[in-house]
Design a protein around this ligand. Sequence first.
Ligand SMILES: Nc1ncnc2c1ncn2[C@@H]1O[C@H](COP(=O)(O)OP(=O)(O)OP(=O)(O)O)[C@@H](O)[C@H]1O
Ligand SMILES: *[C@@H]1O[C@H](CO)[C@@H](O)[C@H](O)[C@H]1NC(C)=O
Ligand SMILES: *[C@@H]1O[C@H](CO)[C@@H](O)[C@H](O)[C@H]1NC(C)=O
Ligand SMILES: [Mg+2]
Length: 518
Amino acid sequence: MASKSLFIVAIDFGTSYSGYCFSLATQTDQIRQVYWGQEHGLNTLKTPTCILFNEKREFQKFGYDAVMKYNSLPSSEAHRWYYFHHFKMKLYNQKITSHMKLDADNGKRLPALTVFSESLRYMKDHALNTIQEASYQAVYDTDDVTWVVTVPAIWDASARQFMRLAAKEAGLIGDMLSEKLIIALEPEAASIWCKQLPQEGFVAEGGHRQKFEESPGTQYVVVDCGGGTIDITAHEIQKNQSLKELHKASGGGWGGSTVDENFKEFLKEIFHEGVWDEYAQNHPTECQQMMYNFGLQKCSSSKDDLYLHCYHNLTKVAERKHKDISRFFKDVEGAEWCDGSIMITYEKMKSFFAYSIRQTIDALLEILSKPEMTTVQYILLVGGFASSIILREEIYETFREQYHILCPLEAQAAIVKGAVLFGHNQQIVASRISALTYGVAVCETFDIAVHDTQKKRVSKADNYEYCTDLFKKLVGIGDLVAVDEVASYSFTPVEPDQTSVAFGFYCTEKKAAKYKST
Ligand SMILES: Nc1ncnc2c1ncn2[C@@H]1O[C@H](COP(=O)(O)OP(=O)(O)OP(=O)(O)O)[C@@H](O)[C@H]1O
Ligand SMILES: *[C@@H]1O[C@H](CO)[C@@H](O)[C@H](O)[C@H]1NC(C)=O
Ligand SMILES: *[C@@H]1O[C@H](CO)[C@@H](O)[C@H](O)[C@H]1NC(C)=O
Ligand SMILES: [Mg+2]
């Protein structure tokens, strides 16, 4: 039983960054956070979701350590090792199998399950060490811990199942059905964190306001602006402080890393004639470092032009094509060659954000126009990407007349801290809106007026004519379903001598379906 655990550990396994927080199972008011990167002169709440395996496919490093180690490898070594980053997005909107493979930075492949489970194993071991140091108490038995792993709310069931499998491989749980692992939804976790924050917990906002959870009826939208996905959910505070979902989870794969992608495309455009591709191919670690530097610069809150150091080897590859490297910049708008650096204008920088911001605003406009959303008062921005001034300003411009827009001080940590609270009490979310229509395949007495003759079957015992493969709806898309809600149905076998029945469960995005589809 989950209740016997000593500790609750929540892991936010992000597309760009990962981290964890924990607390005693008996105490919700003291959540311990862990800081990363001190050995490298950094101090952050999450560490890059990057993992490095050696040529024998053995796990070597995770996080900043993996980034630094990989960047220090000579190119000849780097070509033989396996370096993975941004792999969480491989579970979004794709067909997932337990045997699928992932491409490393250099194109070499490893099973996805290995990459995910070794990452989770690293986080698990790190967490158990931290707990031991903090409490002078060894966690002998993994049963002492309830693990919460967060996933985007817009992930489908197969991706969630894959994370559970990876957690089992990593030794977080002993069997797939264990209650010691809770899969939490990222925007939901953030909502749980935000609802109990005092007003001082948010970036400056005028006027007095109670904690959300102390004002039943408050309705708000939470936007988790991550590196990979933008994940949106809407909640109403109930009288007992629990949450009722107002709208099914929505969003898409347009997180902060689309900004990096756009920047990379821009570099490709500048260093045309295959220069960038050749560079990326032959100097993967240097290229990776350049992207890492850009990632830091895009977080700047100043509206100044940005200067990015151009690495020696990129200059070398470029100069082989044109002796004067500034020629690459002649027909390019928004960038200039500046004495060994690439200068990018603030306007150009903003344009890298445009796609993500447009998609997010459109999704919000669509959701907020729904009839059940007309009384929403707040928009909460969470996740690391919500720290972006460019993103925040645009959202503010679009929505400030109708909504209060809030951002918790620790926008990136809101997810993992809320996940700890969710681990303490999963009943906090009292009801959810079904994202799909679910049903079961059944047979019914055949009726020529409504049924397809191809679906007609005749029972062998008494020539009973029935229609097979019919879809019987159990839950409809958009239906409100309470947590632990039970519904009862009775089914009887078709054949009188039948001794077993196999139930096939199906889901669809449609409101209803006549037949199960194959
Ligand atoms: N001040 C900032 N300005 C712009 N972007 C930022 C800023 N701070 C963080 N980011 C971006 O936010 C993203 C990381 O946010 P976060 O840690 O919430 O994502 P994640 O959890 O790794 O991703 P996901 O939730 O999609 O799996 C990165 O793309 C990072 O570059
Ligand atoms: C350029 O690339 C070569 C070969 O990959 C590498 O050995 C060298 O360190 C790089 N030069 C610089 C200045 O980084
Ligand atoms: C809180 O109230 C809602 C409905 O108002 C109910 O469904 C839920 O079970 C309650 N939760 C708790 C923990 O009492
Ligand atoms: Mg996240």
